[in-house]
Design a protein around this ligand. Structure first.
Ligand code: ADP
Length: 625
């Protein structure tokens, strides 16, 4: 007895979409069903290698059959098949598959190129008024029949079935000449031949169709294989159109956009492999979450082994999608052992280098595209420099770019080096949230005067990265917020030293007023218009302190803060006067200056109420005079 069940809401929505097919590209249903059949064969084949209870088949194939009278087209595979709960779950609900992502896009009206996108099993309802599935799982001795007219329900019943695998029968809708709807074409040999050639040629299993032949006046029917079975990536590059590669990418990796960049490489020699790699236009929706799994698909001689082999791609290129096909891998070893396979490791090294070279080439030849790439993935690259104590810093450093105080466009570190004068002994950087905020920094005054460019570090990761990077071609990185009086000449230095001695009492008094808030109070030779600035000493910077404070489970690290006072600024004279005439007041002055310095650096002030009270007092006092 058949049981009737209801589709889950989302499935129902997708079904409705398919039934009312708003898309012109109905042909793709065949590609979708064939592709599912091929996946099912992959699964059975793979399981037969690792699970003794699963028997593989001698010959795998996907067989198409047509019944003109009944107006049916069926697609039969000898893949893994489905158990009852799988039928219910896989076909009655939409899980995290391409279909779900598709539905979301449709709802947001983001899809216009449906023809290129994998929409899965439900696409059968674009051409069918009923779909029937007969299937037997490789785990079971009998099977099930599933049927649906695409309305709210489907029926399931047990059946006897001799063979393992799945047969999907599509009951084609009636033609409608008013709307130019011709479903009968899917019953014709020529249509099926050309659709398979167009969309499913690279499927690795034979897709067959009985074809009528005439020989010596006698008619015979013989099954013929319609596809070439050469995987797309095995075809010579010259035989591949951009469009074919793009379609393949979208289908294979559930992507909506064309890839930003494609890398297709074949290596022969000690190692033999083909890799087809893609840099997605946008990172996967879960790219920045823990759920994201990096990895490349792995094939051996065109046979699918694994969906996401992590060992094949380093963390710093984890955004790359794609596949590797190699004849050198031992197939029947477990996945865990495969990760340690020497060949696989060698391939991984090659691939890493290849991606890096491609990116360098892109940077050199198509800077605009590189910048699009860089804007999307820069954090991953920078983290790659920082990761593993800088193990990859040398190979990644030339992929980095920064905007600078003098330039709105990105420049590379090499370009910075080429532009700087011989005598400049450091690569200067400044950290902050945005360019406008950074440019207000008092410390930048001297750099502007001397026409020295400064890299702008606006990502949280930047300063951590630079600690690991340490230098570029032997030239150290130096923070503008740390750099001491680098640009003042010896005479000025001596004068500053003398002034510091003369005003020791005042500086000590200010330090005492500020207590633990700062470690040192000094006079500065690099400030132009600003009365004070705050910089950090050795160890972590204030910017890093802020980032670390926002991370969970971090020990509380504090930056060493130094208050620098501009002795040429009128306020310095005022401080001297107050110190002499009214030493009690120096506390208030010191605190106002300290808070001003914080504000100028873009930091929140410790105690806004206190700051506001001090300002008011000072204003009232000034008005009395
Ligand atoms: P997707 O292929 O994106 O996962 P589909 O709607 O095409 O979505 O298929 C849903 C699921 O149904 C598949 O993931 C698979 O588990 C199962 N399935 C579909 N066709 C077959 C088949 N021919 N043999 C075995 N399982 C299948």
């Amino acid at each position: 007895m058949a049981k009737t069940k209801y589709f889950k809401t989302e499935s129902k929505k997708l079904l409705d979409l398919m039934i009312n097919a708003i898309y012109t590209h109905k042909d793709i249903f065949l590609r979708e069903l064939i592709s599912n059949a091929s996946d099912a064969i992959d699964k059975r084949h793979h399981l037969s290698l690792v699970d003794e209870t699963i028997q593989g088949a001698e010959d795998y194939s996907i067989d198409l059959s047509v019944d003109e009278e009944a107006r049916t087209l069926s697609i039969e595979d000898n893949g893994i098949g489905m158990r009852e709960e799988e039928l219910i779950h896989n076909l009655g609900t939409i899980a995290e598959s391409g279909s779900k992502a598709f539905l979301e896009k449709v709802e947001k009206q983001e899809v216009d190129m449906i023809g290129q996108f994998g929409v899965g099993f439900y696409s059968a309802f674009m051409v069918a008024d009923m779909v029937e599935i007969e299937t037997r799982s490789a785990y079971e001795s009998s099977g099930y029949r599933w049927r649906s007219k695409g309305s709210a329900t489907y029926q399931i019943e047990s059946i006897e079935r001799d063979t393992i695998g799945t047969k999907i029968t599509v009951y084609l809708r009636e033609d409608n000449s008013d709307e130019e709807l011709d479903f009968s074409r899917y019953l014709k040999t020529a249509t099926l031949q050309s659709l398979v050639k167009q969309y499913s040629d690279y499927i690795r299993y034979p897709i067959t169709l009985p074809i009528e032949k005439e020989e010596d006046g006698e008619k015979r029917v013989e099954r013929e294989t319609l596809n070439s079975m050469i995987p797309l990536w095995k075809k010579p590059k010259s035989a591949l159109t951009d469009e074919a590669v793009e379609t393949f990418y979208k289908r294979q990796f559930n992507a909506f956009d064309a890839p930003l960049h494609t890398i297709h490489t074949s290596v022969e020699g000690k190692l033999t492999y083909t890799a087809l790699l893609f840099i997605p236009q946008k990172p996967a929706h879960d790219f920045y979450t823990e759920n994201y799994e990096k990895g490349l698909q792995l094939y051996s001689k065109g046979v699918f082994i694994e969906d996401k082999n992590k060992a094949l791609i380093p963390d710093h290129f984890r955004f790359v999608r794609g596949l590797v096909d190699s004849a050198d891998l031992t197939l029947n070893i477990s996945r865990e052992m495969l990760q340690h396979d020497r060949q696989l490791k060698a391939i991984a090294r090659h691939i890493e280098k290849k991606i890096r070279n491609e990116l360098e080439k892109l940077l050199a030849n198509d800077r605009e595209k590189y910048i699009t790439f860089y804007d999307t993935y820069k954090t991953t690259l920078k983290y790659g420099v920082y990761d593993q104590f800088g193990a990859n810093k040398d190979s990644l450093k030339d992929l980095l770019m920064f905007k600078t105080a003098q330039n709105d466009d990105y420049i590379t570190l090499k370009e910075y080096m080429d532009q700087k004068s011989e005598s400049q002994e450091a690569i200067y950087y400044v950290t902050g949230k945005s360019k406008s905020e950074i440019l207000a920094r008092p410390q930048l005054g001297a750099f502007k005067d001397k026409n020295i460019d400064v890299l702008l570090f606006t990502d949280d990761i930047d300063e951590f990265m630079v600690q690991v990077l340490a230098d570029y071609d032997g030239v150290p990185f130096k923070s503008v917020q740390q750099a001491e009086n680098d640009f003042i000449d010896e005479d000025a230095k001596a004068a500053l030293k003398e002034k510091t001695t003369t005003h020791k009492d005042l500086l000590d008094a200010i330090k005492e007023s500020l207590g633990e808030k700062v470690s040192t109070v000094t006079l500065s030779g690099r400030l132009k218009d600003a009365p004070v600035c705050i910089v950090s000493g050795e160890g972590i910077s204030m910017e890093m302190e802020k980032v670390l404070r926002n991370l969970p489970n971090q020990p509380e690290l504090k930056a060493d803060k130094i208050l620098e006072i501009n002795p040429e600024h009128p306020i310095f004279g005022a401080l001297e006067t107050v110190h002499k005439a009214n030493p009690d007041k120096i506390d208030d002055y010191a605190n106002v200056l300290y808070h001003q310095a914080l504000l100028l650096e873009g930091y929140p002030i410790d105690d806004p109420a206190e700051f506001s009270r001090l300002m008011t007092d000072l204003m009232l006092e000034a008005s009395k005079k």
